[in-house]
Structures are given as C-alpha cells and as structure tokens.
Design a protein around this ligand. Structure first.
Ligand code: PLP
Length: 362
C-alpha cells in the first residue's frame, strides 16, 4: 500500500542527527524551556523576519493563546473559515468568543475576503484565515479589511510552514502566526508542539506568561495561565528538521508538479495562484465521484484521505451556533468532492505515476 506519509523513512534518513540531538538534551537535564527551545524560537523568528517566536505545546494552543493574548473573549466575534481542521474553531471558542464562519474561494478553498466583509459587525474583533493545505490565503485583501475595520489578524499556519505570498512567508502578515508541529506537518516533531510568531512586544510578553501559568518565573503569577510549553526534546528534533525544511518543501512541490503533469482532465487539480508559493501539505484533488475513486485507489493499493468530510459549521459540536446545510455552499461542495493523495518528500516518482494511472483509468 502506498501510504499517505512515511515518517519512518524520514527518521531513518536523519536518524544519527536526531539521536545525537535527543541525547544532548537528555545529558543536559534541561528538559523544559531550555536552550533548544530558545534557539528554535530564534531561528524560526529570523526565517520569517519576525521579532518574536514562542514555542507552545501544540498548534491548537498556539491559536488559543494568540486569541487570548490579543484580548479577545466573551461577547467577541472572530471571522474564520469553515473549511479547516476543527481546532481552528475550538481555539476561538476556548476564549468564550464566537466563531463566525464565512464561505471559501472556489479555487484555493481558503476564506473568501468578499464574504468576510459581509459578516463584519460591531462585535467583530479579528479575522482568522487558515492557509489550507499549504496554499496562502489572500493576505493583502484580508489585511486591507483588518485595517479598514480595526481588526486583529491571526493566521493559522498549521499547514503552511514555508509557504509564501508575494515573496513573504505566511505567518508574517498578521498580529500572530500560529504553527503546528504535529508529526505529519511539513515541519513535524515526534510528538505535539506548536509556535506563535508575534510582532507586538506587549502581546509577546502576555503569551510568554500565558504559556507558563501566568508567570515569568520565580513563582510570581501575574495572571491565570496554562501549562503550554514546547518540549525541549521536541525542539531539539525540530532544529534538525528545520535545517532541511526548504528542501523538504521543494520536494513536495516537485511531487505536486509531477501529479499535475500526469493527471488528465477527469479530476480538478489544486491551484497555485500567481504570487503564491504553495507548500503542498496536502495535494488535494476534487472529483464528482469521490467515493468510487477512493475505493478504486484503495483496491489498487494507494492511500487517500478526505480532508475534510464535514465543514466546521455543520459539526455537531457547534450546532448551538445555528448553522444549517446550504449556509456556506462553496465549503459544503468542497467537503463532498475533495480527496487528498499521498505527497511527502520521500514519495517515489514511480508511486506518483502509479496513482496518476489509476485515477486516469478510473
Ligand atoms: C489547520 C489546522 N489548524 C490547527 C491544527 C491544530 O494543530 P495541533 O494538532 O498541533 O494542535 C491543525 C492540525 O492538527 C490544522 O491542520
């Protein structure tokens, strides 16, 4: 079976460096908020041209702490996309704020700026775009709206490490850029982890406190916070992989280009807009007969996954918000047609040819 990802092969390719990095942490006995976390924060902030980066326990926590530190909570609204992993909405709801879902662009499947403006009210505090599957959201138009209505912008970059919009990295456009290091992400740890890129020094200090029980250290607690720290061992692993991220992303782009050249007109291919650098966290096609296509792929030995079968506004957990089928038709149609194919740096060219042939003959 051709897998969706092959983390074991990647580990074997870099095993010596990973094991040496882990051993160094174990020998140091500094296991929480030590030098590896600080070094990773420094390198990732510099990579994005941002003044600050703070490691946290997960991508979900990165979003949650960013929303919280930007002063958003009970009674506030945050406009976001329904076509995302559920955590995007959860993070907003943890703070007591209400997610307001707006429809997506048919081509990129990212939040549609035209729809955002229609839903801005006096309660709106922020826009939370997701760079879905690794393709940047339309940040110029989103930031223009944020400026016009004095809103915060929080980018969900869980799937877009290294992606670019007009030559600038995603995560550097908003007030906060939130990353996930979940193992299968483009930059993945061997456990949970996340990071927040920040601009404002006061907000940065608030996140620094929030991630560590409301304390800057020495058992003085200025607010009630959380235990949400990036683990030192994960930071050591991430430093090894971060050195290779541009190469890994380039390989993903090459795999995507090969799929694009091989797949004939029967399925809709992912787009890459002018000025955007897609990093293909997922290579996602759309088909009018997804169920049949997925079965054929499975029967012939190729994995595929539906990200995401139910848009967030129709999830049972948020039924209290009162959305119904038909409210956000573009996202709902995407959820019925999308199918993600294997794409990862180590994927063999022969596997891509095999998968393309199965689809072309299906
Ligand atoms: C778009 C998106 N947002 C948020 C998250 C949450 O990240 P984590 O699993 O690290 O909490 C993920 C991935 O898991 C994601 O894909």
């Amino acid at each position: 079976m051709i897998p969706m990802v092959d983390l074991k092969q990647q580990f074997h390719d870099i095993k010596d460096e990973i094991c040496a990095a882990i051993t160094e942490v174990l020998e140091s006995s500094q296991y929480i908020l030590g030098p590896k976390v600080m070094e990773l924060e420094r390198q990732i902030a510099a990579y994005h041209g941002m003044p600050a980066a703070l490691g946290v326990a997960s991508g979900t926590d990165a979003l949650h702490l960013a929303v919280e530190a930007l002063g958003i909570g009970e009674g506030d609204e945050v406009i976001t996309t329904p076509f995302t992993f559920f955590a995007t909405a959860e993070a907003i709801m943890y703070t007591g704020a209400t997610p307001v879902f707006v429809d997506i662009e048919p081509d990129t499947m990212n939040i549609d700026p035209v729809e955002i403006e229609k839903k801005i009210t006096e309660r709106t505090r922020a826009i939370l775009p997701v760079h879905i599957f690794g393709h940047p959201a339309d940040m110029d138009r989103i930031n223009a709206l944020a400026k016009k209505y004095a809103l915060k912008v929080i980018e969900d970059c869980a799937q877009s490490f290294g992606a670019e919009y007009n030559g600038r990295k995603t995560g550097s456009f908003g007030d906060a850029g939130c990353f996930s290091f979940y193992p299968s992400k483009n930059l993945g740890a061997y456990g949970d982890g996340g990071m927040i890129l920040l601009k404002d020094p006061a907000v940065t200090e608030d996140v620094r406190k929030l991630r560590n029980h409301g304390s800057k250290g020495m058992y003085r607690h200025e607010c009630v916070g959380f235990n949400s720290r990036l683990d030192e061992i994960q930071a050591a692993i991430l430093l090894v992989k971060f050195g290779r991220i541009d190469h890994y992303n380039e390989l993903r782009r090459q795999k995507a280009a090969l799929y694009n050249s091989l797949l004939s007109g029967k399925v809709e291919l992912p787009v890459e807009r002018a000025g955007c650098r897609h990093v293909y966290h997922q290579y996602t096609i759309r088909s009018n007969n997804r169920v049949g296509l997925q079965k054929i792929l499975h029967d012939k030995g190729a994995s595929s996954v539906v990200y995401y079968p139910v848009p967030v506004h129709l999830q049972e957990a948020v039924s209290v918000l009162g959305y119904k089928k038909g409210d956000l038709p573009v996202a709902e149609e995407a959820a019925e047609k999308v199918l993600s194919l294997p794409v990862y740096p180590e994927l063999e060219e022969s596997s891509i040819r095999e998968i393309a042939e199965i689809i072309n003959h299906a």
